[in-house]
Design a binder for this molecule. Sequence first.
Ligand SMILES: Nc1nc2c(c(=O)[nH]1)N[C@H]1C(S)=C(S)[C@@H](COP(=O)(O)O)O[C@H]1N2
Ligand SMILES: [Mo]
Length: 394
Amino acid sequence: MDSNGSSRRRFLRQTAALAGVAAGAGLAARGQSASAQAQQAEAPKHVFREPPRRGARYSLDHLTHYTPLQDYSGIITPAPVHFVQQHSSEFPEIDAAQHRLTIHGMVDRPSSPASHNAQNSQNPNLGLPIQYIHGMASCSEWSGVPLSVLLNEAGVQKGASWLVSEGGDQGKFSHTVPLGKAMDDCFVAYGQNGESLRIEQGYPIRLLVPGWEGPFNVKYLKHIKVVDQPYNTWNESMNHSVSRRDLGDKARWYHFQWAAKSVITRPSAGMEMRKGYVQITGLAWSGAGRITRVEVSTDGGKNWKDAKIQGPVHSKAHTRFTYDWAWDGQEAMLQSRCTDETGDVQPSLAELSQHWDIPFADWKKAEKPRAIHFNAIQPWKVARDGTISDGMFA
Ligand SMILES: Nc1nc2c(c(=O)[nH]1)N[C@H]1C(S)=C(S)[C@@H](COP(=O)(O)O)O[C@H]1N2
Ligand SMILES: [Mo]
């Protein structure tokens, strides 16, 4: 847990691009409003351009908005552009005064006390601008009540080892959490960046599971059942089980903590550069704790130099870094690499492939391996004319 004691209010949630997003979108987009143009040009079909409205209905059973990481500075994601992943056809309209969280199951005193980082099914990018390949990551300052306080109040029984939490939306989105994590640093959040949670972020309350992948953070939290085994809920079994060669082609069902990851947010694919001074900036994070080092390479990883870390640096939260550079007008490959307080160093695509026993050649195929918790170094390729494109698979 955060040694300054404030980690409960802060958390990084991050999920990644979904399978099957259209390739090539936005690479032709230029200039300052590249992201806006890219969005208009060929946004993946499941991306909605209208901001979500309270009670709004949409025709799909899965709504996704991506965070425009390239368009803000600092570490806090402005609430209106926090990414959204909603697995039901509407945002529930919940009357906060009537809403109750019920804690039941293996507890002595079932109770209904009155009344959020991040990347989840990360598929490697397909050549889209950063918003669509890293945009299921946001960082907010959350306010809430430690889950341990509520669980102690209810009196967790001996033998209990897991929780199943359920949301009050139409699909009753559910997820399991190990009791150890629940008692450590999870909390029930009601505030986001100093205001109430947004409807699309789970108003009036949601579960926050710091440093772990997105779906643990159940929105519209309504029930927590204390149990003695993991329950393979829909998202866990259907959405997030992927067979892995390094595990003998077995599915690694549960994907918990996020490893060290960083990405240069500006300049990035779809933007254009001019010769001379360029401030390189980006974000780094780790589900294990604080980011201790960020390095930047402008030559595709041959040489690395320390980036400046811009405070504040919080545990399990986005950390802003900058690097001053003078572009000489030649081809360049920009990339960042971070290290966290446990010494975990972000891998290159080649290193990640080795760790996971994925044949490197598979990344060159049109259909990429499905790599959950993909945290490889992201290279951005700068051409002589100043245009920038994805250098990961190109
Ligand atoms: N009730 C409810 N909680 C939910 C979801 C949902 O559809 N309904 N989506 C989950 C998934 S898959 C993710 S990645 C995160 C996304 O949180 P956000 O929409 O606030 O960004 O919420 C999780 N909690
Ligand atoms: Mo998700």
